[in-house]
Design a protein around this ligand. Structure first.
Ligand code: AQP
Length: 333
C-alpha cells in the first residue's frame, strides 16, 4: 500500500542529534522508498506557542529546511513547506478544537512538562498544540507519522479526534486514522548532562546536546564533558538500564552505527568510558560533520531555501484546500 507520510519539526533553534536519530533519519529512509508520498513540514505555528524572537524564528525556519536537505531529504521527492503558509492548518485546528475534549487535552504530559509549575501563565496555544498537530496530519489523509517517542501521546490524541469527527458527522473514513512510526530502539535521545531529561533545543546548556551544525571541536568537547558514572562500561542490558547516562551514550553509538544495543554492550563491556568516548566521538564526527558542513553551505543560499518553501507550500495548499472545503461542507458552513 502506498504510504502517505506527514511529520513536522519546530523551527525553535538548531536541530540536534535527538531530532536526527528520533525523527529525521527515519524521514530520509521514507523519502528514499519510492512508493511513499512524503510531506515534511516546518511547524512555525507550533513554534510560537512559546515566545520567539521574530528575526530568529525567520532564520530558524530556513535553518530547519537546510537541516532537512543536508540530512538527505530530496525536495524533488518530498513536499517541504512551512505550516503558516497554508491557512487550512489554522482553520482545521479551530474546527477540530470544537471536537476534541478538555479531558483528553488535560492528560497530555508534554503540556505539563513544558508549562511547568506556572500553568496559569502558559499560552492557550501551548495547551491546544496537539489539536493543531492533529489538523496538520489529518488534512493530508496521512497514513503514517514518523515521530520520536515523546510525540506518541499526541498521535493517540490525533487518532481519537479523527474517530470522533467521523462518528459525530457519521462519515466513515473521512479522516484516515494515522499510524505512528516510532523507531523500536533509540526513539528518545537524552541530554548529555542528565540521562533523565530529553535532549532538547530549548535546554539552556549547549553542552547538553550535539547540534547538527556543531564543528568537530565542539563534538569532541561535548562528548569529553558528557556525564558518565565511575564504573566501567556495563556488561548486560539489566545493568545498562540502571545507568541512564551510560545507556544514552551507548544508544547514540548503536543508532549511528546501525547495530543492536546488545551488540554494542558486548563490544564495550568492561572498557573504560574514555576509550568508548573516543570511538563515539569518531562515529559522531563521521556522521554529523558532513551534515554540518552542508547546512552551513545551504544557509548562504537563502533564495534557494525560500524557493523550496514556496514551491512546497503551493503543493501543500493544493491538497489541504480541497480537504478543508470538504470539512466546511460536512460541518454545515
Ligand atoms: N530527544 C529526542 N529524542 C528523539 N526524538 C526527538 N525529537 C525531539 N527531541 C527528541 C523528535 O524530533 C521531531 C521534531 O521535534 P520538534 O522540534 O518538533 O519538537 P520537540 O519534540 O519539542 O523537540 P525539542 O528539541 O525538545 O524542541 P523544543 O526544545 O523547542 O521543545 C519530533 O518527531 C520529536 O519527537
Amino acid at each position: 500500500m502506498k504510504k502517505k507520510i506527514f511529520s513536522g519539526v519546530q523551527p525553535t533553534g538548531n536541530l540536534h542529534l535527538g531530532n536526527y536519530l528520533g525523527a529525521i533519519k527515519n524521514f530520509v529512509e521514507l523519502n528514499n522508498e519510492n512508493e511513499n508520498d512524503c510531506i515534511f513540514c516546518v511547524v512555525d505555528l507550533h513554534a510560537i506557542t512559546v515566545n520567539q524572537d521574530p528575526r530568529e524564528l525567520n532564520n530558524n525556519i530556513r535553518g530547519t529546511v537546510a537541516s532537512f536537505l543536508a540530512s538527505g531529504i530530496d525536495p524533488e521527492k518530498s513536499i517541504i513547506f512551512n505550516q503558516s503558509q497554508v491557512s487550512a492548518h489554522s482553520e482545521a485546528a479551530w474546527i477540530l478544537s470544537c471536537v476534541a475534549r478538555m479531558g483528553w487535552l488535560n492528560r497530555m504530559t508534554q503540556f505539563k512538562e513544558k508549562a511547568g509549575k506556572d500553568k496559569e501563565k502558559a499560552s492557550i496555544g501551548l495547551y491546544s498544540y496537539p489539536v493543531l498537530m492533529a489538523a496538520d496530519i489529518l488534512l493530508y489523509d496521512s497514513t503514517h507519522v514518523p515521530v520520536g517517542d515523546d510525540q506518541k501521546q499526541h498521535l493517540e490524541l490525533c487518532r481519537d479526534i479523527a474517530q470522533k469527527f467521523n462518528n459525530d458527522f457519521k462519515i466513515d473514513n473521512f479522516f484516515k486514522i494515522p499510524e505512528p512510526l516510532i523507531q523500536k530502539e533509540f526513539s528518545r535521545i537524552m541530554s548529555l548532562k542528565d540521562g533523565s531529561k530529553k535532549m532538547s533545543k530549548s535546554e539552556v546548556s549547549d553542552l547538553s546536546r550535539i547540534n547538527l551544525t556543531d564543528t568537530k571541536d565542539q563534538i569532541i568537547n561535548k562528548i569529553k564533558k558528557a556525564k558518565t558514572d565511575p564504573l566501567p562500561m556495563p556488561s548486560t542490558i539489566e545493568e545498562l538500564n540502571k545507568r541512564p547516562e551510560a545507556k544514552n551514550l551507548i544508544c547514540i553509538y548503536s543508532s549511528l552505527a546501525n547495530i543492536k544495543l546488545e551488540e554494542s554492550i558486548k563490544k564495550f563491556s568492561g572498557k573504560n568510558f574514555s576509550e568508548f568516548k573516543e570511538i563515539l566521538t569518531d562515529i559522531l564526527i563521521d556522521k554529523i560533520i558532513p551534515i554540518s558542513v552542508e547546512i552551513r553551505k545551504l544557509l548562504d543560499e537563502k533564495n534557494y531555501l525560500d524557493k523550496i518553501l514556496l514551491e512546497g507550500s503551493r503543493k501543500a495548499e493544493n491538497i489541504a484546500s480541497k480537504k478543508i472545503k470538504k470539512i466546511h461542507e460536512i460541518v454545515g458552513f
